[in-house]
Design a protein around this ligand. Structure first.
Ligand code: SF4
Length: 456
């Protein structure tokens, strides 16, 4: 079944949807289960176990911070960064954690969050187990869950017995690009209109529009903060923020000057978002945090250089991009820990290419072609973040992905939509390529750039 635009694009915090947003949601769900099962008051201690990629790159991705904030009752989409920092520093000083903001327990992030770097759970590379104990040390609640990319979370029970077909009646229940295109053809609708009709099966038209506009504004606000903030990113690599100086230089440039001036702007847009993400700021997953810069950068490219600021275009862009992202989520993966960066920046570029082709007036076939081209040229891209941080290569990679997305849309619009490799084939190829890749290149920081820097 298609994935909602509001599940693919979610407001969250950096630096990672799978390693920050997902774990925060898992620990928040755990404390909520303690409350609903009337176990909160009897809870004397909590232990947290992280497995696989969560253990290997969790420190750099701030997984421990996210887990603690979730236990305290913070939600990724409404989190106040100042309040969160205050709660964290109090915990560090006192070792007292207020579960769900209500019930105090003794808790040390150092000893009670265990990074099992040598163990991966068989179900998924991003495993997490939480255990609550009473004052006698007896386990009262023990839950294992998985952060499967893009902030999506699945419990071990759900993993063991995959959900039955969605009971919701979707007007357009497409499962593949071919089915989506056929539905567009039969109904005479665009991809964005099909996606909108599906959203309206769940919420009112006014709510869908308000939700899309909020996503766009949050993306813009994140980018604007990145374009105006200087400094060094946290984590110890001493990566200096560049977007602010790139932006200042562009503003000082004589209009029309520079052979690649539009691309210079796109680079600044994408870098700005991903620097905010690396700094732990508020971002919109698109479809993940690590790849959060591609879609907003291409949207702003369109409004600044092609179409002007136009709410209708932003909505069309987001709906079309989400329809394409949904195909990857359902038929392959959007998790770097499962399929490498082709599943994050590659998917983001494919989504952005489709969105741009749509707002530039492309046919359904040209939009499908744009999405296919963008992924075809990301196949095999590894995930090897240096120091386990979402900085190198992630920040620049978003700029590269945005530029590829723009080129893919323009290439597709130069043709008539006919092409040899279909989007469905390239999605399946991406899935197989990801399955064939060594786990060294799947968000473990055990290979590639992550180890090259040590050898230099
Ligand atoms: S390399 Fe790509 S997949 Fe890996 S953390 Fe960075 S953006 Fe995400």
């Amino acid at each position: 079944m298609p994935v909602s635009v509001f599940d693919l694009f979610k407001v969250g915090i950096g630096p990672s949807s799978s390693h920050t947003v997902g774990p925060m949601r898992i620990s928040l769900a755990f404390v909520r289960a303690l409350i609903t099962q009337r176990l909160l008051e009897a809870t004397a201690s909590i232990e947290v176990h992280l497995y696989g990629s969560l253990a290997l790159t969790g420190r750099g991705h701030a997984t421990d911070r996210a887990v603690v904030l979730g236990l305290m009752g913070f939600e990724p989409d409404t989190l106040d960064a100042k309040q969160a920092d205050l709660a964290q520093s109090q915990l560090a000083q006192t070792n007292n954690l207020l579960l769900a903001g209500q019930h105090a327990i003794s808790f040390s992030s150092v000893t009670q969050i265990v990074f099992h770097r040598d163990k991966t759970l068989p179900e998924h590379p991003n495993g997490m187990r939480l255990v609550a104990r009473d004052s006698s040390g007896n386990s009262t609640l023990d839950k294992t869950s998985f952060s499967v990319g893009g902030g999506f979370v699945v419990t071990a029970e759900q993993m063991a017995s995959p959900a039955m077909e969605d009971s919701l009646t979707w007007p357009y229940p497409y499962k593949s690009a071919r089915e989506l295109m056929d539905m567009c053809s039969a109904s005479g609708q665009t991809i964005a209109a099909v996606a909108l009709a599906n959203e309206e099966a769940m919420r009112t038209h006014a709510d869908v529009i308000a939700g899309l506009d909020k996503l766009h504004l949050t993306m813009r606000a994140c980018m604007n903060r990145g374009l105006t903030t200087e400094g060094v990113l946290p984590g110890g690599l001493d990566v200096r923020r560049r977007a602010q100086s790139m932006h200042s230089a562009l503003l000082a440039r004589v209009p029309g000057q520079g052979p690649l001036r539009e691309l210079d702007w796109v680079n600044a847009f994408a870098v700005a978002v991903n620097e905010e993400n690396a700094a732990g700021g508020q971002v919109v997953t698109a479809p993940t945090n690590g790849a959060a810069g591609v879609v907003p950068a291409v949207m702003r490219y369109h409004s600044q250089f092609c179409g002007g600021v136009n709410p209708e275009a932003h909505r069309t862009f987001l709906l079309t991009a989400a329809a394409v992202g949904s195909l990857y989520k359902e038929n392959a993966s959007i998790s770097g820990a499962e399929v490498g960066c082709q599943g994050e920046v590659g998917v983001a570029a494919s989504m952005a290419a489709a969105g741009l082709a749509a707002v530039l007036g492309g046919s359904v076939e040209q939009i499908e072609n744009a999405a296919e081209i963008a992924m075809e040229h990301h196949l095999g891209m590894t995930c090897d973040p240096v120091g386990g941080l979402v900085q190198i290569p992630c920040i620049e990679r978003n700029a590269m992905g945005a530029v590829k997305a723009i080129n893919a849309a323009h290439l597709a619009l130069a043709g008539d939509g006919r092409h040899v490799i279909s989007l469905d084939r390239v999605i399946e190829t991406m899935r197989q390529t990801g399955a064939d890749m060594s786990h060294k290149y799947k968000e473990t920081s055990l290979g590639g750039l992550a180890v090259s820097i040590v050898a230099c």
